[in-house]
Design a protein around this ligand. Structure first.
Ligand SMILES: *Cc1c(COP(=O)(O)O)cnc(C)c1O
Length: 400
């Protein structure tokens, strides 16, 4: 069994993908060819955004979004410690400081009530209100404060964060909101599509994401005309009137035409695949609930739709999780821990001076969580088998 079966999808649209690639080979516009524009138009419509700007990866999408907001040294950007490193990495790459905010224990997304406290703590350089990174704590002595600029909520595992509550804090404090929708394209929040939930939404087309290409790719979404123009400029070395007129410092962040052609083919299936993902998630909810009720299944709050980038459940503790994952492995069933170490405990962020216990919810979830095979073509029998194997571990544990 595979964790994500991309071959089953390829089988369905192989001719369409082949034709798309052949078309690019025939016209030869490998850089910024017509397929890039076509994909941008299709996905702008899909995500309910006025503008879409294709780029080289989800990481570049986030980097470009922060650059468009002119983020740099002296700035504080708030985000979750329970995410993939890319979310925080882009903040650090620009010389700004990531300020972590713990997550909600049910949705695993940033906790808006703690966000308010974190902003106050940064403004007042007060680590007693909220755990702060070392550069800010030091700033208190030297009188050099950081300026709160924005927040990057992550729609983890395909479930949008709570944007109404986040916006309430952000609007009051003059912060921008950049949606990390790398895992959530195809999800929705109160009838608003993922990708359109921040000032800029950023997604990824890494092969394992809900809409993935056959390499790296990403996209920024925005309704703001000025931000869209700046993003397009940053994408091509800060270009102005033309390629050799550079009006700002940018990057080489373009989406390959061939990847855009592949995505256009895959996009044909995407709406149907989103429905199939709901069915797979429902199947897991039923089988886990019936067979292994000691495991905590994911909860989707009222008014949200997850795109189920991952189906992640909670074991009682680290030992319970290890026993289940080993049992699955002995039956050749892969399972993965997203994420075993919250970002504030990563070596890369040792300089931020965070300690164990700073973000207790993220720390506990990282010890208990694991993800099961998840893709639109997962057979119901396979799901049932997975849950039966997990149930056996529980029965063994009950029998001491
Ligand atoms: C995958 C991912 C990214 C980065 O996307 P890439 O295309 O791999 O650069 C950023 N944030 C989150 C939450 C992700 O899952």
């Amino acid at each position: 069994m595979q964790f994500i079966n991309l071959a089953a999808q390829q089988e369905r649209i192989k001719d369409l993908i082949d034709a798309g690639i052949q078309k690019v080979m025939a016209h030869g516009q490998y850089i910024m060819g017509p397929e890039v524009r076509e994909l941008e138009e299709a996905l702008a419509g899909f995500s309910g955004s006025k503008h879409a700007v294709g780029c080289a990866s989800g990481t570049d999408a986030l980097l470009m979004a922060l650059m468009a907001h002119e983020i740099g040294p002296g700035d504080a950007v708030f985000t979750t410690p329970f995410t993939f490193i890319a979310t925080a990495e882009v903040i650090s790459l620009l010389g700004a400081t990531p300020v972590f905010v713990d997550i909600d224990p049910v949705t695993f997304n940033i906790d808006p009530s703690r966000l308010e406290q974190a902003v106050t703590a940064v403004e007042e350089c007060d680590g007693a209100v909220h755990p702060l990174p070392l550069p800010i704590r030091k700033g208190k002595a030297s009188g050099k404060k950081l300026t709160p600029k924005g927040v990057i909520p992550v729609d983890l595992f395909g479930l949008p964060a709570d944007y109404d509550a986040i916006d309430a804090v952000a609007d009051g404090r003059g912060l921008f909101v950049i949606e990390d929708a790398a895992q959530s394209l195809g999800a929705s929040y109160k009838d608003r599509p993922a990708g359109s939930l921040g000032d800029i939404g950023c997604t990824s087309f890494f092969p394992a994401k809900p809409l993935g290409c056959y390499g790296d790719g990403g996209m920024c979404f925005t309704d703001n005309d000025d931000l869209a123009e700046i993003l397009r400029s940053i994408r091509v070395h800060g270009q102005g009137e033309d390629r050799y007129d550079n009006v700002r410092v940018g990057i080489n962040g373009r989406l390959d035409t061939i990847q855009a052609a592949i995505l256009l083919a895959k996009f044909e299936l995407f709406p149907e695949e989103i429905v199939l993902r709901q069915e797979v998630a429902k199947g897991y909810n039923k089988f886990v609930g019936d067979l292994a009720p000691d495991l905590t299944i994911p909860r989707v709050p009222e008014g949200y739709r997850s795109v189920w980038a991952q189906y992640s459940i909670l074991a009682d503790d680290e030992n319970h999780r290890r026993a289940i994952m080993e049992a699955l492995k002995s039956h050749d069933i892969p399972s993965v821990v997203y994420y075993p170490k919250p970002l504030h405990r990563q070596t890369a962020y040792a300089a931020l001076g965070y300690v164990a216990g700073d973000f207790p919810v993220s720390e506990e979830i990282s010890r208990r969580i694991f993800s099961l095979p998840m893709h639109p073509y997962l057979a119901r029998e396979d799901q049932e088998r997975i849950c039966e194997i997990m149930a056996e571990v529980s029965i063994r544990a009950d029998n001491g």
